[in-house]
Design a protein. Structure first.
Length: 283
């Protein structure tokens, strides 16, 4: 393109474009919206390519930046009333212990907003191997003896209970160690507590993708810890969680002696903290 052609094009632009837009053109700041940082943040944020943990060998060592919740020595879980847990530790494993009303869940002292959650577990043939991982006490990744089930449902292992059945049946038989890696993004709420953006879960179970960017909003089950058998300790947490979208992870009691080991989280933001309640809430 010669100099006279460039001059004619420049004159044409000056005559047709608003001054502000012309300045952006001259500074080279106008670009394709698809290249904006917003578009990049939303592309593949929960995809298989960006979250595909190596589950080929167990146990999996916690990565840099992870917070260990339980490893046989460290135990960052409390009971539902904020006191010590009564789940025994056997051979370096926490063993789920039943209560009369299936409300003997344990709750992490570490609270987070968005995080990768790693849980290794071993189901029992007793009581159908029933247990679960409660994300923020509201959304359950099901643990269940689903080995050999041809058409898994929302009640089978790998399901986001009440929301989505697993993409495949990745369950192993009772007695074999299994592993969940879960990428959890909490729903966002406004000042009144109303959800303004859904949360999402991507989950890998025993090397297979079982949930892919599954969306959810309000909790659906009436049996989750903040609604069934709750305590003053949990009520105080729930009140804060509605405002901050920062909360704990629970391991579920559902009458089956599920064994847990090597439980850790890796926060995806800077909002994780060690929760210290007021003593009056521990009842």
């Amino acid at each position: 393109m010669n100099r006279s052609t460039v001059s004619r094009l420049a004159t044409s632009l000056r005559n047709r474009l608003p001054f502000g837009m012309l300045c952006l053109c001259a500074a080279g700041l106008m670009h394709n919206p698809s290249q904006s940082s917003f578009a990049q943040d939303n592309s593949g944020a929960n995809s298989k390519e960006t979250f595909k943990p190596d589950q080929s060998k167990l146990p999996v060592a916690p990565p840099e930046g992870a917070i260990v919740l339980f490893d046989g020595t460290t135990n960052q879980f409390l009971s539902m009333n904020g006191g010590p847990v009564n789940w025994p530790i056997e051979d370096g494993c926490l063993v789920s212990t039943r209560s009369e009303n299936r409300v003997n869940h344990i709750v992490s002292q570490w609270h987070f907003q968005d995080a990768d959650v790693h849980v290794e577990f071993n189901v029992s043939p007793k009581a159908e191997g029933n247990s679960g991982v409660y994300l923020h006490g509201n959304y359950e990744l099901q643990i269940f003896n689903s080995f050999g089930v041809e058409s898994p449902t929302e009640q089978d292992e790998g399901a986001l209970y009440g929301f989505a059945k697993p993409l495949v049946n990745a369950s192993k038989k009772p007695g074999d160690w299994q592993v969940y890696d879960i990428r959890y993004r909490a729903p966002r709420r406004d000042a009144e507590g109303k959800i303004t953006a859904p949360g999402s879960v991507t989950a890998w179970l025993n090397g297979q993708l079982v949930q892919e960017n599954t969306k959810f909003e309000e909790p659906r089950s009436v049996y989750h810890p903040f609604r069934y058998g709750t305590t003053n300790y949990l009520k105080a947490i729930w009140k804060k969680q509605l405002v901050t979208q920062v909360g704990p992870v629970f391991l579920q009691d559902h009458e089956s002696p599920t064994r847990f080991r090597n439980v850790w989280i890796k926060p995806l933001d800077d909002r994780a903290f060690l929760y210290k309640p007021e003593s009056s809430t521990q009842k």
